[in-house]
Design a protein around this ligand. Structure first.
Ligand SMILES: C[S@@+](CC[C@H](N)C(=O)[O-])C[C@H]1O[C@@H](n2cnc3c(N)ncnc32)[C@H](O)[C@@H]1O
Length: 173
């Protein structure tokens, strides 16, 4: 799987700001992920992605910015249905249900600050994120706190931010 095809609403500048890319790339798909028809039909998507072969769909740090009204479940399903058997679906998502009260208050402040800047962050539960994997088979260790997903060292699991995000990878088809 040699290609990473980034999709960004804000294009190159937005990806640079979030560290998504570090060099000039002219093959980024500038589109809204909530419009799968545009993303999947984009000339660069069609040029670079062979959907008859297994690919990895990385939905990383994105669904937190998709509201329930935009039906994130249907959205992920629409992309997933295009993937060939053997493809992988990775999802990460902000969470706080198992964080200490003080940390949850910090998360709430962050959400409020983002909303004040017209960026709406949606904190979701394990059950809600797990539902995004419908129709797939999660690989071990399943949908877990991010530092618990195959850590390189035990120290990673001691992060204070451990309960603030879930991540999982699943096989499709
Ligand atoms: C938290 S960052 C994560 C970036 C990258 N996936 C990563 O893990 O480093 C969220 C990114 O998604 C972009 N974004 C937010 N809503 C989007 C949408 N509806 N369509 C496309 N990109 C979107 C933001 O502009 C930002 O670049």
């Amino acid at each position: 799987m040699p290609w990473i095809l980034p999709v960004a609403r804000d294009g190159v500048d937005g990806l640079r700001q979030t560290g998504g890319i570090t060099r000039q790339d002219d093959w980024i798909v500038q589109a809204d992920v909530r419009e799968p028809g545009r993303v999947l039909g984009h000339p660069e998507t069609r040029r670079l992605v062979d959907f008859t072969e297994p690919v990895a769909l990385l939905v990383v740090g994105v669904l937190l910015l998709v509201s329930d009204e935009d039906r994130p479940g249907e959205l992920v399903a629409t992309y997933r249905e295009r993937l060939a058997p053997g493809s992988l679906l990775a999802i990460s998502h902000i969470a706080d249900e198992h964080a200490a009260p003080g940390v949850r208050a910090e998360v709430a402040r962050l959400v409020d600050a983002c909303a004040a800047a017209d960026e709406y962050v949606h904190v979701r539960t394990h059950e809600e994120v797990l539902a995004r994997f419908e129709g797939t088979r999660l690989v071990e260790p399943g949908l877990v706190f991010l530092p618990d997903w195959r850590p390189d060292s035990p120290a990673e699991r001691e992060s204070a931010a451990r309960p603030l995000g879930y991540g999982g990878v699943a096989e499709v088809g």
